[in-house]
Write a protein that binds this ligand. Structure first.
Ligand SMILES: Nc1ncnc2c1ncn2[C@@H]1O[C@H](COP(=O)(O)OP(=O)(O)O)[C@@H](O)[C@H]1O
Ligand SMILES: [Mg+2]
Length: 276
């Protein structure tokens, strides 16, 4: 499948000399659900800020839907890539929830009726319609996070990028967010999520990219999450499902399951007497 995001030898050094990205290369297929993993300080957020032109490559290339990100294209690319920051307080700033979600569509120059339609739809998607006239500073962190997501949804981006969206969400909030992401994915969006949550990555992603020290350590399907050397190098841990089966060496498994579905299929097999 065609790549919607292509990154080649990307370098980024902050003003204080911190080399956050040191030759990052990766590619993301259209319509995929990608988990971007890596230890703190690996360069995840720095990379994500390049995807909608907030940062421009100092060296190397970033292409979004075939278009190279540079000073000339940054504005257009921004409207095609929705970035949800890690901290909603960096994103949600209007005096009411409704105005905040309308901000992007209004700036896109859409008609008042179209803005209204998009605001309603986006607030419904994150189940925040009842909060439309409230000031965002009265909301809980998780609610603000949902407003930030609604603001991005309202712009109708083809690529949606979320920086550690699960942080500080309660279990139900996480489920709601996963439902929202699934709905967007079914509509054809490509979704990229930076996360530390290997269980979420194992169950949700169809592609995994692991970065460390500003470079790509590995990219491929989620079975990377049960490769011991990669997990160790990336300061990650095995998904819980995989941990159970790794604690049972007597099963002599060649491949360890990492999703609930894989584990259930294996257990059925074992119970039916086909194994061990
Ligand atoms: N504004 C900044 N100024 C200087 N250094 C920064 C800044 N933002 C991030 N860094 C540094 O860049 C590196 C990568 O950070 P970041 O992209 O936030 O990693 P991650 O999101 O994977 O935790 C880290 O060493 C971090 O301390
Ligand atoms: Mg970060």
């Amino acid at each position: 499948m065609a790549a919607v995001i292509e990154v080649e030898d990307l370098h980024y050094t902050y003003r204080d000399g911190t080399r956050a990205l040191q030759g990052l290369s990766l590619s993301i297929p259209a319509g995929s659900r990608v988990a971007l993993l890596g230890p703190n300080g690996a360069g995840k957020s720095t990379f994500l800020l390049h995807l909608n032109g907030l940062y421009l490559p100092q060296r190397g290339k970033v292409r979004v839907m075939g278009q190279e990100v540079n000073a000339r294209t940054a504005r257009e690319i921004k409207s095609r890539v929705g970035l949800v920051f890690q901290d909603p307080d960096d994103q949600v700033f209007s005096s009411t929830v409704g105005e905040d979600v309308a901000f992007g569509p209004v700036n896109m120059g859409l008609s008042a009726t179209e803005v209204e339609r998009r605001v309603q739809e986006a607030l419904a998607a994150v189940q925040m319609e009842a909060y439309r006239d409230k000031p965002p500073y009265h909301l809980s962190y998780g609610q603000k996070k949902r407003v930030a997501i609604a603001g991005v949804l309202a712009m109708g981006p083809e690529i949606i990028v979320l920086d550690e969206p699960m942080a500080y969400l309660d279990p139900q909030g996480k489920d709601t967010l996963l439902d929202i992401l699934d709905r967007l994915h079914r509509r054809g969006a490509t979704i990229l999520v930076a996360t530390h949550d290997v269980d979420m990555a194992a169950s949700w992603a169809d592609r995994v990219i692991i970065i460390k020290n500003g470079r790509t350590l590995a990219q491929g399907d989620p079975s990377l999450l049960v490769q011991e050397d990669i997990i160790r190098q990336a300061n990650l841990r095995f998904p819980l499902v995989a941990q159970i089966f790794r604690s049972l060496p007597e099963l002599q498994l060649k491949t360890v399951p990492y999703t609930v579905e894989q584990a259930a299929a294996l257990l059925k097999d074992i119970l039916a007497g086909h194994r061990v």
